[in-house]
Ligand binder design. Structure first.
Ligand SMILES: NC(=O)c1ccc[n+]([C@@H]2O[C@H](COP(=O)([O-])OP(=O)(O)OC[C@H]3O[C@@H](n4cnc5c(N)ncnc54)[C@H](O)[C@@H]3O)[C@@H](O)[C@H]2O)c1
Length: 253
């Protein structure tokens, strides 16, 4: 897919990986619509210039999310979605005091990450399917999992389950949407330096860096953005999840 002139919706676009992707896509001549719960997305869009706009929307909500995607439709016909909205909430199967992990915390993270990704797929694809095919495709969707999908740590039972579900959806979604010539790929980031990790204590952050084989540092949001742009552009990558982690394999804690 050609980024120049394309309309791309970016969920979680107010911060971190989503905002870095928006910057990268605007540089390539795309028009971006940032969708986020956080109203700070308005300032972010203003800084990106006239090819960017912001809509306050919840990715788990059918109506507000559809309305946000319609704004991206009006901005030139949606061709791509980069879905970055998501988060975890620490919990264990049994908490330290022996009480069973909270069903509410489990379901909250599943709803945000899994239902949110499905909503991005179904409502994004509905709009992209209206486009004409160019070079054999109508558009592409990039989802965001995590390496916790493969090596979830203690305290990540809900997050690991949710991100593994996104990895599991990737090939099926690509197959479902093949008749519409819409590709689906997923990025599974390791430890990328965004506000999400900013909440970690400095010693925990330093420990994480020391455990990354090469390069021995946190990933940069721009490195995620570069891969997301490539996955939108490269018409032959489909149904695949790519780890972006400096060869990190997470230890149990
Ligand atoms: N940063 C990392 O190291 C890392 C590693 C693995 C996976 N990830 C995943 O990457 C994605 C982006 O993470 P980030 O580091 O950029 O985090 P971030 O906290 O900087 O940004 C996430 C954005 O999503 C928005 N958001 C949350 N819930 C939403 C909802 N229901 N509807 C709309 N917007 C919502 C937040 O307001 C925020 O702006 C997440 O799915 C996260 O799980 C991040």
């Amino acid at each position: 897919m050609k980024l120049e002139g394309a309309s791309v919706a970016i969920t979680g676009g107010a911060s971190g990986l989503g905002l870095a992707t928006a910057r990268r896509l605007v540089k390539s001549g795309a028009s971006v619509t940032l969708l986020d719960l956080s109203p700070t997305g308005a300032e972010a869009a203003a800084e990106l210039g006239e090819r960017a706009r912001f809509v306050e929307a919840d990715v788990t909500d059918a109506e507000s999310f559809a309305a946000g995607l319609d704004v991206a439709e009006e901005a030139g016909g949606l061709r791509g979605v980069v879905h970055c909205a998501g988060a975890g909430r620490r919990m264990r199967v049994l908490e330290k005091d022996g009480t069973p992990g909270s069903l509410e915390d489990f379901e909250h993270v599943i709803r945000l990450n899994v239902t949110g990704s499905f909503n991005a797929l179904r409502l994004g694809a509905e709009r992209i399917a209206r486009r004409d095919e160019v070079d054999g495709e109508r558009g592409a969707i990039v989802l965001t999992a995590s390496i916790a999908a493969y090596d979830g740590q203690i305290g990540q039972i809900n997050y690991a389950a949710a991100k593994a579900a996104i990895v599991g959806m990737t090939l099926t979604a690509a197959r479902d949407l093949s008749s519409r010539a819409i590709r689906v790929c997923t990025i599974a980031p390791g430890t990328i330096d965004t506000p999400l990790l900013g909440r970690l204590k400095p010693e925990v952050k330093a420990g994480l860096e020391a455990s990354i084989p090469s390069p021995r540092r946190l990933g940069r949001p721009e490195e995620y953005a570069e891969l997301a742009a490539h996955l939108l552009e490269n018409g032959y990558v489909n149904g695949e999840t790519i780890r972006l982690d400096g060869a990190l394999r997470m230890a149990p804690r």
